[in-house]
Design a protein around this ligand. Structure first.
Ligand code: NAP
Length: 577
């Protein structure tokens, strides 16, 4: 195999020069490393954790579980891997997903190029050398022509602004930085702050432990749909695997990448709009959504995001279902979401969460009406009460989307700080690159479907696209790739225009940065849908990488600095399953 010039050089002088450095060994980093190394690039991956898996490594809290069918929430790039890996449950729990990440790392012999327990803290672009130099928290330095940020959308914990937060004398944990050791809940008074996906899963699991009492501190009630987790039976698995090729292809061109499997052991999901259905047809469709469970609404109700009438019908139905599951009407009322549309905030797929509130040793503390005023050495203080605790769990979310990119001190052309570039919100071309930051790619970051998509679908599409681009660069002798300012401006406007068409950009959610004080309000993900987005990226490639500035050693190979545009982009995120 003919190695790229930089490879040959670094192998000669033994320096830490790479063709590509990949930051993060989550599902994005693992696949990027695999593809590039297979094609002979000299690649190094740095990972802060002690093992692979990224988000699925760090979020090892009790009850952590996937809420999309695991046979779908898995890599599609290897038919052998698809067939050989056996999921024990339809919706796998975190330990099994982490085992899968480890299996992938072993099967494709990725570990030898991953340096664990090492966090990349900075990256500086050298314009003369057309290369990046990164530094790590282990005081190492390495250089690379290309830098790929596989840093995830949910990597940096949000820091709740609660007085005295560090003063608690009992055991305190964040769900997204859960320790590797076992936590013993026996006979303990446990408090959980936060009722998103992480908090509700943790609460359900902790309630199953021999606790003394569980206090769930809820600020906003979310829409809860049943997860219907069950063992992955041999028939289900066999049928799913037999239909893999079609399933994967449907997901690639779908709305948000989440596709309900067409497997005979599962209920059937009908798709289409519901705003104009008559009462009987509506009831049938909504009950079908109930038995389907999970996060399949966006495929099942195609006008969910665009029609207030349709959304209200679904929202009201699920509000009633919540009330039906909780015996105490006062509690049921507190647990019923109001004031926003279903889907605006993350829908929660539960497996018995609401029912824990039918027990005497579990209490809901409504911190909307009685706000938390402080964490004290002995527990949590609200305006009207005090809750002594032995264990306090923060399930308070993430600096979503932008957090990880901004956590690394990146300097591009003329030493320009990336944090300054994104000070008013993310600016990208296709979510893949940013002007003034040549040779730096991003996987599933803001400006792409990212945190509002089935992220495995998004990751594979990005990795394949970046791989193609690097192969093109290699063949054409390109040494510098950069998003043009014009294309970046046009794309960023397009992302914002598409979001403005959706009901979902209105609410104060993590998706617009509203959970982090001072974060600019920008819709962080591209809502055109993964299929539309894929087509757009493919067209850009077919048009000779329009919008990208491509420089060979002494020649400018740029085809066009402008992006031709997406034409009229329908909001299809909620359809096409
Ligand atoms: P999240 O959805 O942002 O929820 C954070 C929770 O903490 C909210 O209930 C929030 O209340 C509450 N909170 C934050 N600060 C608070 C404070 N000072 N006082 C009281 N409550 C406070 O975070 P998450 O649950 O970790 O989920 C984040 C994302 O991770 C999800 O969108 C999902 O995509 C992903 N996730 C997926 C799975 C899965 O696939 N199974 C599991 C877990 C997470 P407010 O709502 O009032 O702000």
């Amino acid at each position: 195999m003919v190695l790229p010039e930089s490879t040959a050089r670094s192998e000669r002088d033994g320096s830490s020069n790479y063709d590509v450095i990949v930051v993060g060994a989550g599902f994005a980093g693992l696949y990027m490393l695999h593809r590039l190394r297979d094609a002979g690039y000299r690649v190094k991956c740095f990972e802060a954790g002690s093992g692979p898996g990224g988000t699925w490594y760090w979020n090892r809290y009790p009850g952590s579980r996937c809420d999309i069918h695991s046979l779908g929430y898995s890599y599609a790039f290897s038919a052998e891997l698809e067939q050989e890996w056996e999921w024990s449950e339809m919706y796998a729990a975190q330990p099994e997903i982490e085992r899968y990440a480890n299996h992938v790392a072993d099967r494709f012999e990725l570990r030898r190029d991953i340096q664990f327990n090492t966090r990349v803290v900075s990256g500086t672009y050298d314009e003369a050398g057309r290369a990046w130099t990164i530094k790590t928290d282990t005081a190492e330095t390495a250089s690379t022509r290309y830098l790929v940020m596989a840093t995830g959308g949910y990597s940096i914990p949000a820091k709740p602004q609660i007085e005295g937060i560090g003063s608690f004398k009992g055991e305190a944990y964040f769900t997204n930085q859960w320790p590797l050791h076992e936590v013993d809940f026996t006979g303990k008074r446990v408090g959980i702050i936060g009722t998103g996906s992480s908090g509700t899963q943790t609460a359900t699991a902790v309630a199953a432990e021999p606790i003394k009492h569980l206090y769930v501190f809820q600020r906003t009630a979310n829409f809860i749909v049943p997860g219907w987790n069950a063992p992955a039976t041999p028939e289900y698995t066999r049928e799913f695997k037999a239909g893999y090729a079609k399933f994967r292809e449907t997901a690639r061109w779908s709305g948000n990448g989440t596709v309900f499997p067409q497997v005979s052991t599962l209920p059937k999901l009908t798709t289409g709009p519901i705003a104009d259905l008559d009462a009987d047809a509506l009831k049938e469709r909504l009950e079908q959504l109930w038995v389907t469970g999970g996060l399949y609404f966006f495929g099942g109700v195609s006008d969910l995001m665009t029609s207030e009438a349709a959304n209200t019908r679904v929202s009201d139905f699920f509000r009633q279902k919540t009330r039906d599951r909780v015996r105490d009407p006062k509690l049921a009322d507190l647990l019923t979401p109001r004031g926003f549309f279903i889907g605006e905030r993350r829908i929660i797929a539960d497996n018995g969460y609401l029912e824990i509130f039918n027990r005497d040793d579990v209490s809901l503390v409504d911190v909307k009406s009685d706000p938390i005023t402080a964490v004290t050495p002995s527990g949590v203080k609200t305006r009207d009460g005090e809750y002594p605790l032995d264990i306090l769990i923060f399930a308070t979310g993430f600096d979503s989307g932008t957090g990880a990119m901004l956590n690394i001190d990146l300097k591009g052309r003329n030493g320009k700080r990336f944090a300054d570039k994104w000070a008013d919100g993310p600016l990208t071309y296709l979510g893949l690159m940013a002007n003034d930051y040549p040779n730096m790619f991003m996987i599933a970051q803001p400006g792409s479907p990212s945190i509002r998509s089935q992220v495995l679908v998004s990751i594979e599409q990005h990795v394949d696209w970046i791989f193609d681009m690097l192969q093109h660069a290699r063949e054409a002798g390109v040494v510098e790739i950069e998003a043009s300012r014009e294309a970046e401006e046009a794309w960023t406007k397009h992302v914002s225009d598409v979001a403005a068409k959706s009901l979902f950009a209105r609410a104060d959610t993590q998706y617009v940065g509203a959970n982090i004080p001072g974060k600019p309000r920008v819709y962080l993900a591209y809502l055109g849908g993964v299929g539309v987005y894929r087509k757009t990226c493919d067209t850009v490639r077919e048009n000779g990488y329009e919008g990208f500035i491509l420089k060979a050693a002494s020649k400018d190979l740029t085809k066009s600095k402008t992006w031709a545009g997406a034409g009229e982009t329908p909001l299809v995120w909620g359809t096409a399953v």
